[in-house]
Design a protein around this ligand. Sequence first.
Ligand code: PSV
Ligand code: MN
Length: 427
Amino acid sequence: MMDMQIERSAIEKHNQSLLESHRRRFDFIAAAIPGADEIVKKLIDFQVAIPSWALGTGGTRFGRFSEGGEPRNLEEKISDIGLLHALNRSSGAISLHIPWDIPSDPAAIKALAAQHGIRFDAMNSNTFQDQPGQALSYKFGSFQHVDKNVRRQAIEHNIEVIRHGVELGSSALTVWLSDGSCFPGQLNFREAFQRTLECLQEVYSALPEHWKVFVEYKAYEPNFYSTTVGDWGQSLLYASKLGPKAFTLVDLGHHLPNANIEQIVSLLLMEGKLGGFHFNDSKYGDDDLTVGSIKPYQLFLIFNELVEGMDARGMNHATDLGWMIDASHNVKDPLEDLLQSVEAIMIGYAQALLVDRAKLKEARQANDVTAAQETLQDAFRTDLRPLVAEARLRSGGAIAPMRFFRDEQLRKKLIGERGMKTIATGL
Ligand code: PSV
Ligand code: MN
């Protein structure tokens, strides 16, 4: 098994070559905006978990076109995330999907992750696929299923996922159910909700002391008529009935077209019920595209509500919510795609930190719509990339991770070590 460590000296050499132009760009912007140093400090603390299921090439039901050099096991996935984290210093966590990534030797996996400075974020269960040798099928749902034996199997699986998480030092479980119906008449909505709630209650009661459970919603797919946890209202309903350890998880791709996600985020935060995030971007549906590639202004507006709402509740931006990427890479190198996603998240967060909140409040009080809009757009239109690069530099990363990745031909090296025909588990 190979574990590609990046030489410190290579990063230093890279940084040296870019230092002068970086300094010029950073000094210019730091002099032009208030609180640049504070923003850099917050960026340094902010970590985004990388999904274990998205380190290989993604695909659609029509095909999959591998790049080569994909991680063949969990150890290699951790090594890939270690590589990302060494470059951007913002990817210090992994979110595992079970059974795609069952740790065979948890203590060794935990030690390997620690070696890379990586911790275990929320664990994800999977009752949306049948696994080889599985006794009962999830074809007609899991927690909503009319057969109590299927529901029992799904509950046991979630409890097993919690057990794996405990061994790794995780403290949250994300439950995404594909349960729902494809045709009118297939399901009694109320009964499906009740059965699902009862199963969630059992899983909830198996949560260790300081654990949280995130109930992820999704509008449609694979079910196309109804989804049993279909929107934030339903998720909030489950989370409220479950209790204080249950929260809603927002995946940016899981809404009906044009939903106002920033408003959803704001209200969930107000209720103390926002637990975690799956970042991605989309043009049409749950496209799982690179974060910030299609709607960067929306991403900024979401971060604007996150910062405002978390500050209102005295929350710690870095630790009080679960920040995760949930994307799929069909045509790009997965590691390059993830570097781009993390960069987009950091930029959106930095811009939200820059918003002049006093000015915004004043504009709102005066019903000055133009000034309110200008205040937000001022922040959004400010190029804060030098602040993000400075945060990386101060924490030992590379000034320009993508450039480093390409200059050092890291994918070619991975292909050399792992081969061209490797396939990662996951999407
Ligand atoms: C479902 O579309 C989802 O967003 C859930 O988070 C899953 O765990 C993940 O994608 C992978 O299928
Ligand atoms: Mn998701």
